[in-house]
Design a protein around this ligand. Structure first.
Ligand code: GLN
Length: 422
C-alpha cells in the first residue's frame, strides 16, 4: 500500500491570519502537540509530542489548518520515501515512480491537491528532490532562517525546515510565515531586510547574472540537461545572462555529506533506546541486551546502516581520518561557493541529475541513491538557500531546476524561479 499521510488529524489554526482558509500538510518529523509524530519509524509508532514545533505554532497563529502528517523516509534518511515503516508514498505526477524523498509525502500531498501547502525538511535535498520529482516548488532556506525547535533531528548542522507549494509565490508566502528568529533555537538569525519573500516573486530577471557550475551538469541525464538549457534560454530571453563557473571542491561533496550526516545521525539516534519512546516490549536480559533488541526491532535497514557507519566514522582512531577530513572538505566547498557568488547573482543547475526513479529501483543499491544527491548536498554543506522549480519534462517525467543564492539571499532565488513560471 502506498500512502501520502501517516496521521490524518486536523489541527485548526486561529481564524485570522495570512494563511486563514489554507490547508497545510506537515512532515512527520515535525512535532505536533497531541498528534502522533513518527518520523516514518516503527521506533516512534505511538509517540505523541507534548508540545508544538515553532513552525507549527507559527502555522496555527497564521490561521492555517493542518490536515495531516506526511509520509517520509525513516528519520529523513533516503531520497525516495520508500524506507518509511508505513510503506512507500506514491508520485501523483509520475505513476510507477517514486515521489522523491525524504519529504515525499509532503510533495505528493501538494501535487495531488490534498493540501494547498506543505512543510518538509531538507538535510541534503529532502525538500528539493521531492519537489523536482513531483513537479512542485520547494525551498531549502539558509541555515538559521527557520527554527528547528521541535524538529526531530537527523543531522543538526545541515538541516532546515522548508516549504513546498504548487507555485513559487505560495512557497514564499509559507516561508514568510515560518521564517525568523526563535529564542528556543540558538542557531536562528535575524534575516534583517532580506524578508518578505512573497513580494520577491515578481518574475523580474532583467540584468540577473546566472552562474552555471559545470560540475553539476556532468553526471546528469541527457534529457534533464536539455530541459535545463531550455529553461536557461527562456531566462535569457527575459533579460538574464549566464556564464559557466567552476566549483572544484564539489566532487567531494557527496562523500563529505554522508560522513557528516551519518556521524550526526548516529549520535542523535542514540536516544531511541525503547525506554522513553518506542513500541511496547517485554524483553529480558541486561540493559545492553534490551537496548540492542529494541533497536534491532524498531529501526529499518537504512537507519541501521547509517548508525553503524556514523559510529565508525566517529570512533577513536578513525575520527581524524573521516569526520575531520569531511569538515575540511565542507569548509573548502563553502569557500568555492563564496568565490562563485563574487561573479554571479545566483547559481543554477538541474535539481536532480535524473528524472524520478522507478519504484523499487534504488532500494538495492544505496550507493547509487547517495550519488543521486550530488546537486543538492553541496548546498546544505555550504549553509546556503536554494529553490527547486518545475522546468519541464523529459519522457513525460517532471524535471526540476535549482537556483542557489548567497546566505540569506532567498529573495533573489524566489525572483529567479518566479520568472521561469511565467
Ligand atoms: N537523501 C539524503 C539523505 O538520505 C538527504 C535526506 C534529507 O535531506 N533528509 O541523507
Amino acid at each position: 500500500m502506498s500512502r501520502i499521510f501517516i496521521t490524518e488529524e486536523r489541527i485548526e489554526g486561529e481564524p485570522e491570519g495570512p494563511l486563514a482558509g489554507r490547508t497545510v500538510a506537515v512532515k512527520d518529523n515535525i512535532s505536533t502537540e497531541g498528534v502522533r509524530t513518527t518520523c516514518g519509524s516503527a521506533m516512534l509508532e505511538g509517540y505523541v509530542p507534548p508540545y508544538d514545533a515553532t513552525v507549527v505554532e507559527r502555522l496555527k497563529e497564521a490561521g492555517a489548518t493542518i490536515v495531516g502528517k506526511t509520509n517520509m523516509d525513516e528519520f529523513g534518511m533516503g531520497s525516495t520515501t520508500e524506507t518509511s515503516a508505513f510503506g512507500p508514498a506514491p508520485n501523483p505526477n509520475a505513476e510507477g515512480h517514486v515521489p522523491g524523498g525524504s519529504s515525499g509525502g509532503s510533495a505528493a500531498a501538494v501535487a495531488a491537491g490534498e493540501a494547498d501547502l506543505a512543510l518538509g525538511t531538507d538535510t541534503g535535498g529532502s525538500v528539493r528532490n521531492p519537489a523536482a520529482f513531483c513537479g512542485v516548488v520547494g525551498i531549502k532556506p539558509t541555515y538559521g532562517l527557520v527554527s528547528r525547535y521541535g524538529l526531530v533531528a537527523y543531522a543538526n548542522s545541515l538541516e532546515q525546515i522548508g516549504p513546498l507549494a504548487p507555485t513559487v509565490s505560495e512557497a514564499a508566502e509559507l516561508l514568510d510565515v515560518v521564517a525568523g528568529p526563535d529564542e528556543r533555537d540558538a542557531t536562528t538569525r535575524e534575516e534583517g531586510e532580506e524578508s518578505d519573500y512573497a513580494a520577491a516573486a515578481d518574475g523580474d530577471v532583467d540584468g540577473l547574472s546566472i552562474g552555471i557550475p559545470t560540475e553539476l551538469l556532468e553526471g546528469a541525464d541527457e534529457g534533464v540537461v536539455e530541459t535545463f538549457w531550455d529553461a536557461i534560454a527562456d531566462l535569457e530571453s527575459q533579460g538574464a545572462s549566464y556564464h559557466e563557473v567552476s566549483l572544484p571542491s564539489i566532487e567531494h561533496a557527496v562523500a563529505a555529506y554522508y560522513v557528516i550526516a551519518m556521524s550526526e545521525a548516529s549520535s542523535n539516534l542514540a536516544r531511541f533506546d525503547g525506554v522513553r519512546y518506542g513500541p511496547d516490549h517485554d524483553l529480558e536480559g541486561d540493559w545492553n541486551e534490551t537496548f540492542a533488541a529494541v533497536r534491532e526491532q524498531g529501526f529499518g535497514d537504512e537507519v541501521k546502516r547509517r548508525i553503524l557507519l556514523g559510529t565508525y566514522a566517529l570512533s577513536a582512531g578513525y575520527h581524524e581520518k573521516y569526520y575531520a577530513k569531511a569538515q575540511d572538505a565542507r569548509a573548502w566547498i563553502e569557500r568555492d561557493f563564496e568565490d562563485a557568488f563574487s561573479e554571479a547573482d545566483v547559481l543554477a543547475s538541474p535539481t536532480m541529475p535524473t528524472p524520478p526513479f522507478e519504484t523499487g529501483e534504488s532500494l538495492d543499491d544505496p550507493l547509487q541513491m547517495y550519488l543521486a544527491d550530488a546537486n543538492t548536498v553541496p548546498i546544505n554543506l555550504a549553509n546556503l538557500p536554494a529553490i527547486s522549480v518545475p522546468a519541464g519534462e523529459t519522457d513525460g517525467l517532471p524535471v526540476g531546476l535549482q537556483f542557489v543564492g548567497p546566505a540569506f539571499g532567498e529573495r533573489r532565488i524566489v525572483r529567479a524561479a518566479s520568472a521561469l513560471e511565467d
